[in-house]
Design a protein around this ligand. Sequence first.
Ligand code: B12
Ligand SMILES: C[S@@+](CC[C@H](N)C(=O)[O-])C[C@H]1O[C@@H](n2cnc3c(N)ncnc32)[C@H](O)[C@@H]1O
Ligand code: SF4
Length: 538
Amino acid sequence: MPYKIVMVRNDPNYGKRRHKGLAAVHVLRSYLERHSALASELQVEIVELNSCWPQATELDTRWILSFEPDAVGLSCYCWNIGMQAGIASMLRRARPGIAIIAGGPEVSFDAEAFMAANPAVDYVVRGEGEVTFTELVDHLVSGKGRPAAIRSLNWRNGGTTCANPDRPLIEDLDTIPSPILDQRVDLFATDGEVMIETVRGCVYHCSFCLHNKGQTGMRVFSWPRVEAEVRALCEHPAVNVIWFADPTFDYDEARALRILRLIEEANAGQGVAFELRAEMLTPALIAQLARLNVVDVGIGLQSINPIALSNVRRASNLESFRRNVSMLAEALKDVGTRIDLDVIYGLPGDCYAGYMDTIDFALDLGGHVYYQPLRLLKGTNLAQRAETFGLEAAPSPPHNLERSLTFPHEDMIRAHHLNAGLDFLQCESMVVQEAIRELRDMARQASQKCSMATACEIVGRGLWASEARNLFRVANASPDDIPVHWRISELATLLTGGRLDNILPIGPRHDLATRLRASMSLSDGCAPSSSGYFHAAL
Ligand code: B12
Ligand SMILES: C[S@@+](CC[C@H](N)C(=O)[O-])C[C@H]1O[C@@H](n2cnc3c(N)ncnc32)[C@H](O)[C@@H]1O
Ligand code: SF4
């Protein structure tokens, strides 16, 4: 009888960011099958869940149990931890003898607390999982060795839990087999969007970010490996879009150009998507990108507040950011690429006025603003320094910031209003976009201080105060996966009929100027002047 392991990926995938063919569970299985001393005795199955309602846990658990597993590996991220913990507990009740193993960034940094809160979980694999998981499985199958000898493992010893010391990172990434090249992932069974990693870690160390997973330094897969994997994806008939998980694809111009040229040569027209640092873009890279079917580019702006950027150790040059994003947008305009400019509100030292200025800066560039509150992610440097900056985040993942010394709760609410207006502005309904522009122009006549961000806030505030609130809340159910554009567009058109008066409690238009002035005086405490937010910074 083989030793059966079920690896569970759990991705509630509502919204635009859909299922991506490759994930940790596939990589871990390939590594195990290649490196385990007992590989021939193993049967490893992958279960991919995408339920977004808690009641599904029972069905999901039954599915896992139908494989009659000896061990179950749960892949844990901030977007699924509640559901994975629920599955662990149901598995334990149904089959007390099963070995339940959790891994992933959401359990790596507070493994002891996680095990204390989840008695069903037997083991937590911290950090990079390949080697630890393989050693653990070998121990479970053979009964040989001691869990105490497995680095980066948390385990139970009678009534107590033990935390073994950390293991170093895998030095040679090529020892990790590619599930794509090994044909261990059925790309026909995906929606055609596949993610690959050609590096691990990031050369930068922004203190809010977990791309370095609490470690330092960036490691790269060798060129032959990258070349083979990219070619295989380009030539695969089921692949529509190749997503690069690399956090800063353009960090090394020569390497990036080499990959882009390879795609141009091998590609049969599939889409490609990247995450970039705008400041690193060069004319050669931009020209090469324009030769491809680039469907999506994510670029971090985060904030234009220099104090906030410095507090999170992020060097930024707004002039080259502006220049390079404009050049990129111009070069890609015929390709129809969606350019997301990532913005975070609530970084330490930032305040509402800083956020408004940031939004105006991003909108001026013509990109699509992808806003997110600061998430105080476990394992980041910022989470350790939260108290210094007076950062208070929600206890439940993804630990959205609730307030800070410079971003009090009432300003968070204003930011939520602004975001709601921004969703309307960025929806695909031309009528609504026009209406918001009209509002801004009218507001500018009332006060020079009114920018697009102000107009968005006013629209959003009206929206939340109206009957539209519930509909909007539903359309906007998962801020990370929205805007579910068509839904918001439809909703916007439905609600407004093209007339903002329908959603704004602003009364007759002749009264608008007075009301706008009143609403602007509300913001005077943190006015978006050129230096307004400097005073609020730490
Ligand atoms: C792809 C991706 C996404 C995709 C998700 C696609 C998908 N459904 O799989 C999208 C774009 C939707 C996304 C969104 C978000 N993401 Co994201 N994302 C990533 C990214 C770039 C790659 C993940 C990946 O597959 N890596 C490759 C695998 C091999 O590495 P790994 O995931 O770390 O897995 C290793 C270990 O963790 C461990 N392991 C993992 N699972 C298991 C299971 C077992 C049993 C074991 C033993 C070990 C183990 O072993 C693996 C191999 O070493 C990572 C960054 C990164 N480079 O990893 C961020 C990352 C996972 N995302 C993160 C965050 C915070 C988010 C967002 C909240 C947005 C944000 N940036 O603030 C949203 C949340 C979405 C939601 N619905 O709420 C954080 C994770 C924080 C956390 N604690 O979970 C990361 C680390 C980046 C960051 N921002 O710092 N994300
Ligand atoms: C891969 S980066 C984008 C590209 C590039 N590396 C950069 O920083 O410009 C992914 C994005 O995730 C967002 N992000 C990362 N950590 C976050 C956190 N703790 N809270 C909110 N957003 C976060 C940031 O906006 C970041 O731009
Ligand atoms: S935000 Fe971008 S540049 Fe900064 S550490 Fe994360 S991935 Fe790297």
